[in-house]
Structure formats: C-alpha cells, structure tokens
Design a protein. Structure first.
Length: 453
C-alpha cells in the first residue's frame, strides 16, 4: 500500500447528535457467557457481557467462514449535480476485516480533495447565508426521509492539500456512535460527560474517507488448486488495524476536474463477499454451460501420431480409389451425425521439403481428399487422391498434418464431440493417442505423420 493520508469524508448534518467511539475492539477474546440463576443480582456488566458474547460469536462466524468485503451495492459514482466536488456511494452492505457489519441504507456523499492553493477560491453560493444550488439540489435528492432513524455520521476537514498526479481511492470503515445521553446519577466508573450523563444507545455506523495512493491489491489465485486447501492449516489471518474496505479507485483524478463514470474503477481493488444466493446462481450458470453427462470422444485412429512412414506405405495405407482400408479413419465411442462431415471438417495439409526454391525450402498445400462416414455413424474416413499422391508426393520428404474440427461434429444428442487430443504419460512413457477429451464439448484433434522416400 502506497498511502496514507486521509483526504476527506462527508456525511449528514446530524454529526453533533452523538459522540464517535474511536476505539472499536477488533480482537475476539475467549468466549464466556453469563450463567443465570434465581436470586442472582444483575448489573450493567452482565448485560454488556451478554451483548459482547453474541456480537463476538457473529463476528467470528463472518471472519472464519465468510471472510470480508462488499456483499452487495456500495458502487461509487459521480455526484449528479457537483461531479467536480463530490462522489456518491450507493446503498449496500459490507463486512469488514474484524467481522463488523456495515450498512448504508441510503446514498452517501463524500467530498473530493481540495485543489491546490491557487484553485481554492470559494465558489459563488458557498458562503454562509448564501444560496447554494448544488447543496439545495443534493439535499432535495439525498436528504433524510421521514421515519429514518436519526443515526449520526461523521465528517472531517481536509487536513492535507492534494498533491497533483496522486491517485485516490474511497475507503469504508465501521464506526460506533454514542447517542441519546441521559442522566447517570449512580454511575461509578466516571465515564459520564461534564453534565453527568451517559449515552443510552450506541449506533453502529461507518466513516467514508478518501485515501491518497493505491490500495492493497487483491490476493492472487494459487496456481495449484491443492494449495488452496493447504491454506486451511495456516494460521488465522490477523485483521488489519485500519479495517478499510476499498470501494473505488480513481487513478487519474485532477482537482477541480469533472469526474465521470469512466474515471471511477469499482472493480480492480474491491474485495467481494458474494452471498450464497449469488453463488448458487453462478454455479447453476456454469453447470448450464459445462456438460455433466459423458461426452462423445474419439476412441481410436488408424494411424500412429508422429510415426514415420515410407512413401510406398503411405500411398498403400492412406490413398487410392474406393472406400477400402486405404484411408485415415477416426472412430468415435458413440455415433455422430454423418452430415457434419465435409472436406474442411476433416482435412490433410501436406508440407513438402525441397523444391524449386532450393533444398531448404518447403511448400504447404491442402491435399485433395474424399471423406465419408460409416452408415452407423461410428467412424469418419478421409482418403487422399491417388493421382495427386503419385504425381506430387512419390519419392519426396513431406509431413502430413491431420485436423478434425470437433467443434463442428455433433453426436446424436446434439452435443459437440470432445475432440482435443492431449498428451499423457502411460507407464512413464510420453504418449499422444486417443481417447481424446478434456471434459469440454468441442475442440480439435490435431495430429501429424512424417513420410520419407
């Protein structure tokens, strides 16, 4: 993290209704609950301990089983009337690193950093007692609705001038506020205010700030999935003392410039905490696109991948008129549709070495072929034209590259054949042979052989 100076945070005018509690505990002590029995004298400490026990249980549940981040909402956008001076955070829910719940029930404004000294001239309508169209319009749109709880939020002054070309990001933190003060004549701890009062309520609220710099990057994904499971044996992560949830990043902000949606990055540094409902929708979407049934595959081929053949054997095995054994043949483990087969779906490309350009030259061309499917739909065959082979290939070095585009081959259920030919180890030996497949419909069977004179 390359920060840290707090730039600003903007909130409602009810801030003077309560006192902010600066120290909110993040650690979770060993659990110990109150034991009730008839005749026991209950004091303030018993009720406070009961609340703490239940809250710490919930915080541990969030931290250990769910993690932290934005659960929904909280998108940052430009202010509709003052996009050069304010941002708006949409309503939403988040869980911070300490396990505290943060709820924004309505849109919240946040001030952008002030411009350097020459640009800090007061705008018309901002002085005391003057009309401010920007403020009037935003209060009409974002003002507190009747019936909402009088929950205070906090604002602060810009303690540091903005440095040009410095990125900024929006940060959300959990906060608590003591409010509804009332007389406490029997309080013995001395925690009351100058009028002998103590807060009768503690509101769970938040602070929204702008930080200079770049937030910490998200955790990188492990290259090996087994490494993820091994993390369960690692020590529990220590919560950050800042407990900041980055919401949006503005890498190219210039003071006084109008902020647009394109300038606000709501994705790169935002840690997400998707709900189980969203996970369910995502998994169902993946299952709809990935087959859970057995896919049709290529079971055998009539040639050996990478084999070197003599020219006479090549002509005898893979060329010739008629539909005999002299062909490249691919057999499937389930029937496929014959109408899918064309000379472009099953194709042979010849690379000849040496020629008019010299011994080190090569020419590449698509061989003329004839293709057909067996009546039962279990095999495709391709035969290279004999006249072409005798005229162009006999007595030469050349390679034959064979391609079956299984993206275009459907089985009887209408699913594409799983046709990727993938290398594997068989008893310690490197092998490239069917059956094909990587568990995903479609793919390409690519193979080749070499022919010598």
């Amino acid at each position: 993290m390359t920060t840290k100076k707090s730039a600003a945070h903007k909130s409602s005018p009810q801030a003077d209704r309560g006192h902010k509690r600066d120290c909110v505990r993040c650690d979770i002590p060993p659990f110990c609950r109150t034991n009730y029995f008839t005749g026991r004298l209950l004091t303030e400490q018993d009720f406070t301990s009961e609340q703490r026990y239940l809250r710490d249980k919930m915080r541990l549940h969030y931290r250990a089983l769910h993690g932290w981040g934005v659960a929904c909402g909280l998108r940052v956008k430009p202010h509709p009337y003052c996009p050069d001076r304010r941002l708006v955070i949409e309503p939403g829910v988040a869980i911070d690193q300490c396990g505290y719940e943060i709820l924004l029930a309505r849109e919240v404004e946040i001030d952008l950093p002030p411009a350097p000294a020459p640009q800090e001239a007061e705008k018309p309508g901002d002085g005391p007692g003057q009309d401010n169209p920007c403020r009037d319009r935003q209060e009409a749109k974002y003002g507190q609705q009747s019936g909402e709880p009088q929950q205070p939020e906090y604002s602060g002054e810009h303690s540091h001038p903005y440095v040009s070309n410095t990125p900024i990001y929006v940060c959300l933190r959990y906060a608590e506020c003591e409010t509804d003060f009332m007389p406490a004549p029997f309080d013995e701890c001395g925690c009351n205010d100058a009028q002998g009062r103590r807060a009768s309520r503690i509101c769970e609220t938040y602070t929204a700030t702008l930080e200079y710099g770049t937030p910490e990057p998200l955790d990188t994904q492990a290259s090996d999935c087994s490494e993820i499971l091994q993390q369960a044996c690692e020590p529990c992560p220590t919560p950050s003392t800042a407990c900041c949830i980055p919401l949006a990043y503005l890498p190219r902000y210039v003071p006084g410039q109008t902020v647009t949606d394109e300038m606000i990055d709501n994705r790169s540094y935002r840690r997400l905490l998707p709900s189980t409902q969203l996970h369910d929708r995502l998994i169902r979407c993946i299952l709809d696109r990935v087959s859970i049934e057995a896919l049709t595959r290529v079971s055998t081929i009539s040639w050996t991948h990478g084999q070197e053949y003599s020219c006479n054997d090549f002509i005898r095995f893979f060329t010739g008129p008629g539909s005999g054994a002299s062909a490249f043949e691919v057999e499937f483990d389930l029937p496929v549709r014959p109408e899918c087969l064309t000379p472009r779906v099953f194709q042979a490309v010849i690379t000849r070495f040496g020629g008019p350009s010299g011994p080190g030259s090569s020419t590449l061309e698509i061989a003329p072929t004839r293709v057909w499917a067996t009546p039962d739909g279990r095999s495709y065959a391709m035969q290279i034209d004999r006249d072409y082979a005798d005229r162009e290939l006999r007595g030469r070095w050349f390679d034959v590259y064979l391609t079956l585009r299984c993206n275009l081959v459907l089985d009887q259920r209408g699913r594409a054949v799983d046709g990727d030919l993938i290398a594997h180890l068989q008893e310690g030996d490197y092998v490239v042979s069917p059956p094909t497949g990587n568990g995903v419909p479609g793919g390409t069977l690519e193979s080749w052989i070499r022919v010598r004179p």
